[in-house]
Design a protein around this ligand. Structure first.
Ligand code: MOS
Length: 732
């Protein structure tokens, strides 16, 4: 039987998704369902003085209007969702908690009606009087208020002195605007009370996270609450934390004793989390022969007034380049906005953008090829921790990426390459992310008919988790993949943290291996109990499960069919559940790497930029499924193109509100913007990172892409745009 691991397997849930059989949080229908529509605040800061719901309540079909003054009880805000709900920390915004307004778009009332349209119309009739307070929403205007927070990267040497005395240096400021996740699926929750049990269908990347949160907010017993999220139409980090609509749906269900669904509008999703706008200051100093002597990176990013959210923007240079002197800093500015949040490759997408543009500018100052500079400064050790890597095939990424792209044909001179009326530019960058693991538990139920159910509480946020789990289980159990069914997205399943950080593939697949080993042990015991067993004396690791048989690794002729072992032992089913704990070995750094090469064409007259080609070479350990992996990375590259050229949440700071809260005016790349994307997976065997050698691919796809494009735009035009997005007005 062929190995499923490493084969380009089509999604096992593909059919369910294209036929509509796969249900999403806003699609679970029950009789008596009530529809909730959110009324949100038009002002960014102040207090609610008065709410008049009489107009809304007068509409036929409206059942109730909930506000902070008549809602059912919730726990005190400080009582819920502390650090123990790992790994997402903080206190998510609690709707209808009190009369305070903390950001535009904050929910202030929930209209409950027999149908959604009625609720929506009635919501427009809720009259609210506010007492406004002065607000601030502009990072650039408020940057003087920035305060420093701790960063894990320790300084070394004297970076300032080394910078001042460097033969060649480059210092500049780069900025990235606020960006929103814009997953295709709207945030939605359906809450159903039945016989003292609360079932919630929620759009979330972590069902157990939401389950624990709801238990705390509503003081419910864990076994009384079940949260389900079998499918998700995109997460990207927006669904890591419980979002406020799930609290509203449960509030509604508690108030009415009826099932309630709350679906946010696209515009309302702009009042959830976002990639924080950031200002990144880079200062690099090098010797005249192009070795880094000083590396400084400081970031200033946005958080809310009521919560502190920050990810490491700085410090990524420690994973890429040698520099004897280095200094890193991170500051936050509190603004009257919702709390910023994780968004694909949080910290790295922004920080590495700035770092890799700065490296390009340094290469130009040194008159060195940008790939050459990176090879000269290449570090085989994590510079901050002074540790070797479990594996790091980044040199191979540069080599294979450059070769596939044809980098050696590049004329280094800006504006030297053209195609008719268009300037042609070639740029490159590096990408880096972490190879993380979290504790995860997998249950396998093997039945005597040769079928296995593999289950954990993880959510498949669209990345292909169902598929890779089926592949790994099929190989480990020696069964055809069609005999494997995977269950995910249910809080009653075995423990698994949120799907994020690129850690689910490694965590869950290694847990499958552990559980499959336990199943194999049970099968071996049954096989050994048979008369004249050919496996007598064998231990669990002396045998493998192959083609429906328990087979001796020494002698393939010594084998017992799984079915007969189970029949003779009268075992209808074997149920096993094992956890996989992340390695505690701190002797090595664990990272994924990539090299990106991009070609842009820029219309010289009107400045239109098109990304014609991107090559992304990725070293991420073992690739479980080249097909879903390719899609995952390609999606990241597309998003990197959006980050470079299109995406920007625009605020009118006078009113403290988003002006383009829709996907017509918040620009993302469309088909016509996307041309040739080539993804290369560089071979990277790694037995140290975890037993299966999996590093994860969720974030690495986007990291560095915007820098490669920005560098290509400079090469095409001779104009350096440091503030994203690079729109045509900035290049002409
Ligand atoms: Mo991702 S930002 O860890 O969902």
């Amino acid at each position: 039987m062929a190995s499923y691991i490493g084969s380009a397997t089509s999604r096992v849930d593909g059919r369910a998704k294209v036929t509509g059989e796969a249900k999403y949080a806003g699609e679970f229908n029950v009789s008596g369902l009530v529809h909730g529509y959110v009324v949100d605040s038009p002002i960014p800061k102040g207090r609610i003085v008065r709410i008049d719901t009489s107009g809304a309540l007068g509409v036929a079909g409206v059942i109730d209007v909930l506000t902070h003054s008549n809602r059912p009880t919730m726990a005190d805000k400080d009582d819920a969702y502390k650090d123990e709900v790992a790994p997402e920390k903080g206190s998510p915004y609690r709707p209808l908690y009190d009369d305070r307004i903390q950001f535009t778009g904050q929910p202030v009332a929930l209209v409950l009606a027999e149908d959604w349209e009625t609720a929506r119309v009635a919501a427009s009739l809720v009259k609210i009087e506010y007492q406004k307070e002065p607000h601030v929403t502009d990072l650039q205007a408020e940057r003087a208020r920035a305060y420093a927070i701790d960063v894990p990267e320790k300084p070394r040497g004297d970076a300032e002195k080394a910078f001042a005395s460097a033969a060649i240096s480059h210092a500049a400021e780069y900025s990235i605007p606020t960006e929103h996740h814009n997953p295709m699926e709207l945030f939605a929750s359906t809450a159903i009370w039945e016989n003292g049990q609360l079932t919630v269908y929620d759009k979330t990347q972590g069902v157990q996270n939401v389950q624990q949160y709801l238990c705390k907010v509503f003081k419910l017993q864990p076994n009384a609450v079940r949260v389900m999220s079998p499918y998700m139409g995109g997460g990207f980090g927006a669904g890591l934390r419980p979002q406020y609509q799930v609290v509203l749906a449960v509030l509604g269900a508690n108030a009415l004793k009826r099932p309630v669904r709350v679906v946010l509008t696209r515009a309302q999703m702009y009042a959830l989390g976002y990639r924080p706008a950031s200002i990144e200051r880079l200062a690099l100093g090098a010797s005249s022969d192009g070795l880094l002597e000083s590396m400084q990176h400081e970031a200033i990013a946005v958080t809310s007034q009521f919560e502190e959210f920050a990810r490491n923007d700085t410090g990524w240079g420690n994973l890429l380049y040698k520099s004897p002197n280095a200094k890193f800093g991170h500051k936050l500015v509190k603004l009257d906005l919702p709390t910023s949040s994780d968004m694909r490759a949080p910290g790295a997408a922004t920080g590495v953008y700035a770092l890799e543009c700065a490296m390009d500018e340094l290469a130009i100052a040194l008159k060195t090829d940008p790939v050459q500079l990176r090879l000269q400064c290449y570090s085989d050790r994590h510079q901050g921790e002074d540790l070797p890597y479990t594996s790091k095939q980044l040199r191979e990424c540069y080599r294979q990426g450059a070769e596939a792209f044809g980098w050696d044909k590049r004329n280094a001179e800006p504006r030297s390459m053209r195609d008719g009326s268009e300037l042609v530019g070639w740029g490159m960058a590096s990408g880096v992310w972490e190879a993380l693991q979290v504790p995860a538990t997998v249950r396998i139920v093997l039945t005597a008919n040769g079928h296995a159910e593999v289950a954990t509480a993880a959510s498949d946020i669209g990345t292909g988790t169902y598929t890779i789990m089926a592949q790994v289980a099929a190989d480990m159990l020696g069964l055809p993949i069609d005999n494997i069914s995977v269950k995910l997205g249910d809080s009653t399943l075995p423990q698994c943290p949120v799907e994020g950080g690129s850690w689910i593939a490694s965590s869950v697949c290694n847990a499958i291996a552990n559980t499959a080993r336990a199943v194999r042990g049970d099968l071996l015991e049954l096989a050994k109990a048979t008369k004249d067993s050919p496996l007598a004396g064998a231990g669990v690791d002396d045998v493998a499960l192959i083609d429906g048989k328990i087979v001796s690794k020494q002698d393939a002729g010594r084998a017992v069919p799984i079915a007969s072992a189970m029949q003779s032992g009268k075992a209808e089913r074997i149920t096993r559940e094992e956890i996989n704990q992340p390695s505690e070995d701190k002797s090595h750094a664990r990272n994924v790497h990539s090299a990106i090469f991009a070609e842009v064409k820029v219309d010289e007259e009107i400045g239109i930029i098109r990304v014609m080609r991107v090559v992304k070479a990725v070293a991420a350990g073992r690739i479980l499924n080249p097909k879903t992996a390719h899609s995952q990375v390609m999606g990241g590259v597309v998003w990197g193109i959006g980050m470079a050229l299109h995406e920007e949440t625009l605020y009118d700071h006078r009113f403290g509100r988003v002006m383009n809260a829709n996907i017509a005016e918040y620009h993302v790349p469309v088909n016509a913007d996307i041309h040739d994307i080539k993804v290369i997976f560089v071979d990277e065997p790694d037995e140290m990172v975890n037993p299966l050698g999996i590093k994860g691919l969720g974030e690495i796809g986007i990291v560095g892409v915007a820098a490669a494009i920005a560098n290509a735009v400079y090469h095409a035009t001779g104009k350096r745009v440091r503030d994203l997005p690079i729109t045509l007005d900035k290049v002409i």
